[in-house]
Design a protein around this ligand. Sequence first.
Ligand SMILES: Cc1cc2nc3c(=O)[nH]c(=O)nc-3n(C[C@H](O)[C@H](O)[C@H](O)COP(=O)(O)OP(=O)(O)OC[C@H]3O[C@@H](n4cnc5c(N)ncnc54)[C@H](O)[C@@H]3O)c2cc1C
Length: 375
Amino acid sequence: MKQLKKTDVAIVGGGILGLAFALEAIRQQKKVTVFERNPRARGASVRNFGMIYPLGMRPGKIFERALRTRNLWLELGQSAKFWLNPCGSLLVARSKEEIVVLEEFVSSRKDIEGLRLLTPKEALKKSPGLVQEGLLGALLSESEICVDPQEAIQKISLWLENCGVNFKNSTTVTAVESDQLVANGERWYAKQMIICSGSDLQTLFPNELRNSGVVNCQLQMFRTKAQPCSWLLGPMLASGLSLLHYPAFTALKSYQRLKDRLTKEHPKLLELGIHVLVSQHGHGKITVGDSHEYGDSPAIFYQKEIEDLIRNYLSSFLTLPDAEVSERWLGNYVSHPSGEPWIYKPTDGVMLVNGIGGVGMTTGFGLAQEVLPEC
Ligand SMILES: Cc1cc2nc3c(=O)[nH]c(=O)nc-3n(C[C@H](O)[C@H](O)[C@H](O)COP(=O)(O)OP(=O)(O)OC[C@H]3O[C@@H](n4cnc5c(N)ncnc54)[C@H](O)[C@@H]3O)c2cc1C
């Protein structure tokens, strides 16, 4: 074993959570080292829609966390110079039950600025690709931001490096023992270690992760070719099924009626955990997803059947000038049944942060701000 290397804060994982903690640690003037086993992050943080989506968060603490995260994205977009679109979001309603849920939501959430139920005509003005027939209205929210996840993660990493963060890429951390870790055979001393290893549940603290209740989830996504320059999606889109997916809506009185209807109408989609979100990045391509398969042993292959179900549901509310698919991929994240991230401190100075689920881009920066002062 070579000479002991030193850092104040060692972070395992160069995904959004690792970067969020690195950002917070350098704000606290700490010497930070990020260990990423790949040449650059390849996990959930570069496979997502790039939706910073406070609208869907449970009211209260998590919603507030999402708003703080959103503001940090806006700051970072300026300093790290990546493409960022504060385009907001539209949640499209095509049934009476969906409209009722949206009406109840608007009247109960006076805390959300710029929240408004649009008429079909107003919705079509914002989002010209919407299918007019059967459109009953849409919820406009102005808080949401879109980033291109691959570009954003890369530019934030570069910017953090310029701010003094030491990135050890292509470096796997294989052991964490009290105040030391082993990375590519080198031993490092750190006052604080933060393990943000995403869906790798086997390398570090496998027993603790197994006992924590966290669950792996695999999602299926695709992206179309670039749309003509003259055609813009407008706000990011969600639709009726997303009202069942996001915890923001579950406590509404009208929720159960909608759930009953969608369960009857779309049993297969619900069985496969499908709800359809749409975002467009600077290059003009449209990202569409997703499905949710929970468990340790998800499908190996991308499934055409799932893509067809997503495309079919998408075509009920959006028409694209060019719907030809250019890329398809699978992504994995880890969630905790509590709906909160799982934070565990096996010993003094070591903290595991995992289980953030489908909202790491939306809440990651705010979470790091809350948690790091406690270290
Ligand atoms: C398809 C999909 C769509 C999503 N859409 C959205 C969205 O639009 N908005 C949103 O808010 N959230 C979304 N999410 C969720 C979000 O992407 C995740 O919550 C978030 O990326 C998790 O970040 P992370 O840093 O914990 O994990 P990851 O991004 O997986 O990063 C973990 C990193 O740790 C590295 N690593 C693991 N073990 C080691 C080790 N021992 N040594 C060194 N390195 C290691 C891995 O290589 C990896 O790069 C989506 C997720 C998926 C999969």
